[in-house]
Design a protein around this ligand. Structure first.
Ligand code: SF4
Length: 512
């Protein structure tokens, strides 16, 4: 008898156990562009083009490798609209004695799949996802032994376990972390190598036409579309990064430059998170560059920490804290997302640039996401639910397992500090130091209060003031509360007045 093997849109990996153990002459691989998954949030149009095109290319490669593939396009008459109905339909039209699927990345889908066996009446084997370097169980075992969960310590364990950048039992270079060398602003006129781009082929063009017709009311621009949609092209992106940009990645990883969204970043999260690249090969490529002497340790360690440390940590964190993580709201924030998050129409140049780039590219780098957009969301008390939805739909690399811990834990501190040791908030001076945005802004970063003052300045102190009961005991906030304690009452009142005025306008969706 034969198995029906379901491959999801973020499982585009040829060496998944469900594929390696398949009997090509008997089993069928089912892939489907189902409405439920494409629309449960209104994903960025470019994200849908990317994933549908990557799925179609992956199915084509499987067929060329002699797999039986049943690929259901979005507008096929046989498209049932949901994964469960699609599997039911396949079982009704074929002779299968089991369904096999790699464990999905999303809690909602896993819970649903765990009920499938009862509904379908055949065994449903949900197989562990082998593509990560730590399993959810491994993370939970580590977490259950600790009072505080900090990525840095998990990362060190992962370095030791996998022998990455290690010299016997010690980290190469004598330090685990070189972040202090990785906070430089980009000098004006720096000539950053162009990011890797690919031409649109016939498959991608078909998908673009489909998305234009069917998803016209979704956020974001389709053109220009230059993402990789095959494994070979994704490997080219990785190799180009290692050769051309990794050497300077570390030093400029927190820098932001107006009109330059791609900078020295790797842009491989799109491909890691849908399975076209594996984390192990990305780590190994960067480590090899260090040993070959073509990239410095601060860049290599910083890049590897994002994958081996942060990516694995947030994935373990997600499974450990779901489903509660989704509804956490430590500060009881409930302000609606302002309209300008959808069109970038604001006088704050930093926000305008980051939103416009997100709209154009379905991409912004981590400091734009954390210290501009996220900083604003936290300082203005936006609803965690609405912010989470926004981050999930606007970025082409966003899936709930990676987006939710980043937003709930790192950006909004809505988990009350289970993930981050302090809220990541900053005034305008941080944005001014790390970018050139303030030069073209309708506000003045040097002003603290009043109509021309940078909103991040008074919103920052308003946040510190508003949440003093919850935060002043946090040792990592001690400096801020010490400075706050030295502020004159009249300055605190002026800052509160400016913040109240701004937040009132924000709630009314007036221009800010
Ligand atoms: Fe952003 Fe303030 Fe700078 Fe304007 S002045 S770009 S609002 S940080």
């Amino acid at each position: 008898m034969a198995s029906l093997i379901l491959i999801l849109g973020d499982q585009l990996t040829h060496n998944l156990p469900v594929l390696e153990n398949a009997t090509k002459t008997k089993d069928t691989v089912l892939m489907a562009e189902v409405r439920e998954e494409a629309t449960y949030v209104k994903h960025h149009k470019k994200k849908i083009v990317f994933l549908f095109s990557a799925m179609r290319h992956f199915a084509k490669a499987l067929k060329e490798d002699n797999f039986n593939v049943s690929y259901i396009e979005y507008n096929d008459e046989t498209n049932q609209g949901s994964l469960l109905e699609q599997v039911k339909h396949a079982l009704a039209h074929g002779e299968y004695d089991s369904v096999k699927v790699t464990s999905p990345g999303e809690y909602r889908l896993l819970k649903s799949m765990q009920q499938w066996e009862q509904t379908l009446g055949v065994p449903v084997c949900i197989i562990n996802d082998s593509r990560f370097l730590a399993s959810p169980q491994e993370f939970s075992d580590w977490a259950n032994d600790r009072k505080q969960l900090r990525m840095e310590f998990f990362y060190r364990e992962m370095r030791r376990k996998h022998g990455i950048l290690m010299e016997d039992k010690n980290p190469i270079g004598g330090k685990w972390n070189y972040d202090s060398q990785n906070r430089e602003p980009m000098p004006a006129g720096t000539n950053v190598p162009t990011h890797t781009q690919f031409k649109i082929d016939a498959i991608t063009q078909d998908v673009i036409d489909l998305v234009e017709n069917e998803f016209g009311d979704h956020f974001g621009d389709i053109s220009p579309f230059h993402f990789a949609v095959t494994r070979d092209d994704a490997l080219t992106v990785l190799n180009d990064f290692i050769e051309e940009r990794l050497p300077h990645f570390g030093q400029y990883q927190d820098a932001m430059v107006e009109g330059k969204p791609w900078l020295y970043h790797s842009h491989i999260a799109f491909y890691l998170n849908c399975g076209l690249l594996s984390p192990k090969e990305a780590i190994s490529a960067a480590e090899s560059a260090y040993y070959a002497g073509t990239a410095p340790l601060n860049s290599v360690e910083g890049f590897i920490r994002q994958i081996l440390g942060w990516r694995e940590f947030v994935r373990g964190f997600y499974w450990h804290f779901m489903p509660g993580l989704k509804s956490d709201n430590y500060f009881n924030n409930d302000r609606s997302l302002p309209d300008f998050f959808w069109d970038g129409q604001t006088n704050m140049n930093c926000m305008r640039q980051c939103i416009k780039e997100t709209q154009a590219n379905a991409y912004a780098h981590h400091i734009q996401r954390l210290m501009v957009l996220g900083n604003f969301c936290l300082l203005t008390g936006l609803s965690p639910d609405e912010v989470q939805q926004w981050y999930l739909l606007v970025y082409a690399d966003a899936y709930e397992w990676v987006e939710l811990p980043n937003v709930a834990g790192m950006i909004l501190y809505s988990d009350g500090g289970q993930l981050a040791s302090k809220p990541y908030v900053a005034s305008g001076s941080y944005i001014n130091k790390m970018s050139n945005y303030c030069k073209n802004c309708g506000y003045q970063v040097s002003k603290k209060t009043g109509p021309k003052a940078c909103p991040f300045n008074y919103l920052y102190w308003h946040f510190i003031d508003k949440h003093k009961e919850k935060l002043s005991g946090n040792p990592r906030m001690a400096m801020m509360y010490k400075t706050y304690g030295r502020m004159k009452d009249e300055n605190i009142d002026a800052m509160k007045d400016s913040a109240t005025l701004f937040l009132t306008k924000l709630s009314k969706n007036e221009e800010v």
